[in-house]
Design a protein around this ligand. Structure first.
Ligand code: F6R
Length: 579
């Protein structure tokens, strides 16, 4: 949700901010803006665009202090007026904001007697509020102002008369990059790595003042504090496409290596004395959690409940001491997952994070954390992070049960063969890319695979797709089946194979077309399927890893054929830091 970048130093800021915004664009991409204190006039000049960051290229503003923002609209449409930075009425103060100010209407009502508003955003109130409190000390004005804010924010502020950037955080991530005679601030480290690897993560209610030669951090009472400097081990090549057309397809191809890397990680020692496990997550990470339930219950025989975080946080869950709460999140910043984690902690559960982004808020707040080894995931649709979450869940089941899962070590090699199915996926995509609806069905441990296949397709190709447990089809969704509504059936040779075949026959009997994901060597399936993608044979418990890869490839190929913006699907953002 929204990307923020700030620069103060001796270099021209514009192209540094622009490059940073490009790296952050996956966080939000409906409009963008840059504000710089013009070195000639000493006034803040803004440059905004509706649409992509690219549109800001070549419109340089000269100056060495500035802020940039890429927006994912919450309050108000993507227009120039609503794009950040926002100015106060004097034009001397500029702010960029990520988060939601819940009491903005109340504040706006109070402020509009003296201040003229030019946008529909919640964020603009912050600029006017700071201007109201400004008496020569920007940090103090910001501190006073945030006392009046109810909601979440990562905030960066400049004043035309000050050689500093003031930063504040509550609930939305922000990280400071320490350079040589320059300092930066950004929503995540991807925008900082080409300038520095030394960073400081701000925690909630902390503030920072960045100058060219110094960074000072303050706690909620305004007291100066020391914070750890973290060295990040990211490689910039991870943020490049390396010859692939899109990040998504590059990331799908990285999966065999990611399986290998994740299997090499060291598991924290987790004592198996839990009554129950609760897994909470959102979207694709929730699907990983659903697979996790089958894995942990089958292999470790511990009862597992899985909920989406946005529901869990409001359901007054019966959780407490003796329970293990697992938060799964790629970004480690998802607002609902974070709120669910805080609730579980408050109720006394032990907490474990399965997280991809190091030092993210959820990772820092969990009692234990297992970092997935997916590397930076840039495509908005999650692929490799999902695979690495599944691998961690297998390892966790091994660790909790003390028993090995057969076949896990061979999985990377099999995934490599599965990634090669791209051509087959393209062939099938060519037949179906114009349809309006798709169904995905699976059973048992591959029921969540059906949900994930449907989610991948709908989010990047905008084709309506529904994932169903195959046994539920005749309770309603089979009414949708026609020769214009293809069904993807995940039907590896496993304990529910014959049940899947019956469900496929029911669809065929109603003129439905079927694309089957089947096990190599299964010739019989050709009797029930119009198209088949064969995956290597593996243990039943491991099939979700191999079965999801052709679904990712199919969704990718269809979306690409429909000329969709695969890496930045409409209305979505990579890191969902608002509720
Ligand atoms: C779908 C997708 C989302 C995320 C969800 C949770 O492809 O990427 O559904 O899985 O927003 O995000 P994290 O894992 O960052 O908590």
């Amino acid at each position: 949700m929204c990307g923020i970048i700030g620069y103060i130093g001796s270099k021209e800021a514009y192209n540094i901010l622009l490059q940073g915004l490009k790296r952050l664009e996956y966080r939000g991409y409906d409009s963008a803006g840059i504000g710089i204190t013009d070195s000639k006039t000493g006034k803040i000049v803004l440059n905004k665009a509706v649409g992509r960051v690219e549109k800001l290229k070549g419109k340089e503003i000269k100056g060495t202090i500035g802020l940039g923002h890429t927006r994912w609209a919450t309050h108000g449409k993507p227009t120039l007026e609503n794009a950040h930075p926002h100015l106060d009425c004097s034009g001397k103060i500029a702010i960029v904001h990520n988060g939601i100010i819940e009491n903005y209407l109340e504040l706006k009502d109070r402020l509009k007697k003296k201040h003229t508003f030019s946008s529909e955003t919640d964020s603009e109130v912050i600029a006017h509020l700071i201007s109201e409190n400004y008496k020569g000390d920007l940090r103090k004005a910001v501190m006073e102002s945030i006392n009046d804010l109810y909601g979440t924010y990562a905030l960066c502020i400049i004043h035309q008369d000050k050689k500093e950037i003031v930063v504040a955080r509550n609930g939305s991530p922000i990280v400071i990059g320490l350079g040589e005679k320059e300092n930066l601030v950004a929503s995540d480290v991807s925008a900082l790595v080409e300038h520095t690897k030394r960073v400081i993560y701000l925690d909630d209610l902390e503030m920072a003042v960045l100058k060219q030669d110094s960074v000072e951090i303050f706690d909620k009472d305004g007291k100066k504090i020391e914070k750890n400097i973290v060295t990040i081990d990211w490689d910039l090549t991870q943020a490049e496409k390396a010859g692939f057309k899109h990040f998504m397809v590059k990331e799908i191809h990285e999966q065999p290596d990611i399986i290998r890397n994740t299997l090499n990680l060291e598991m924290p020692k987790i004592k198996n004395d839990f009554k129950r496990i609760f897994i909470v997550a959102c979207g694709t990470a929730w699907h990983a959690g659903l697979v996790g339930k089958y894995i942990l219950e089958k292999h470790a025989r511990i009862p597992v409940t899985v909920d989406v975080a946005s529901e869990f946080r409001y359901m007054d869950p019966i959780i407490g001491k003796g329970d293990l709460f697992i938060a799964i999140s790629q970004s480690g910043e998802t607002a609902d997952t974070l709120a669910a984690l805080r609730l579980a902690k408050k109720k006394g559960a032990k907490t474990l994070g399965i997280i991809n982004v190091m030092n993210s808020t959820i990772a820092r707040e969990c009692d234990d954390v297992i970092y997935t080894r997916a590397g930076i995931e840039i495509g908005v649709a999650s692929t490799k992070a999902y695979i690495s979450q599944l691998i961690v869940l297998y390892m966790l089941a091994e660790s909790l049960s003390g028993k090995e899962i057969n076949g896990l070590k061979d999985l990377a090699a099999k995934a490599l063969k599965t990634v090669d199915l791209k051509v087959k996926a393209q062939e099938i995509a060519k037949k179906y890319f114009r349809v309006y609806n798709f169904l995905f069905i699976g059973r048992n441990i591959n029921y969540p695979t059906a949900l994930e296949g449907a989610l991948k397709l709908k989010e990047i190709s905008y084709i309506h797709a529904e994932g169903y447990s195959a046994g539920e089809m005749k309770h309603g969704p089979i009414a949708l089946v026609t020769d214009q509504v293809p069904t993807v059936a995940i039907a590896p040779k496993d304990s529910v194979y014959s049940k899947m075949v019956s469900n496929m026959q029911e669809i065929k009997a109603r003129n439905g077309r079927i694309i089957a994901i089947a096990t190599e060597g299964d010739k019989d399936i050709a009797r029930y399927a119009d198209d088949i993608i064969y995956i290597p044979k593996t243990e039943e418990i491991l099939t979700p890893v191999l079965a999801v890869i052709p679904l990712q490839l199919l969704a990718y190929s269809i979306a690409d054929m429909r000329d969709c913006d695969v890496d930045k699907p409409r209305n979505l953002a990579k890191s969902v830091t608002v509720e």
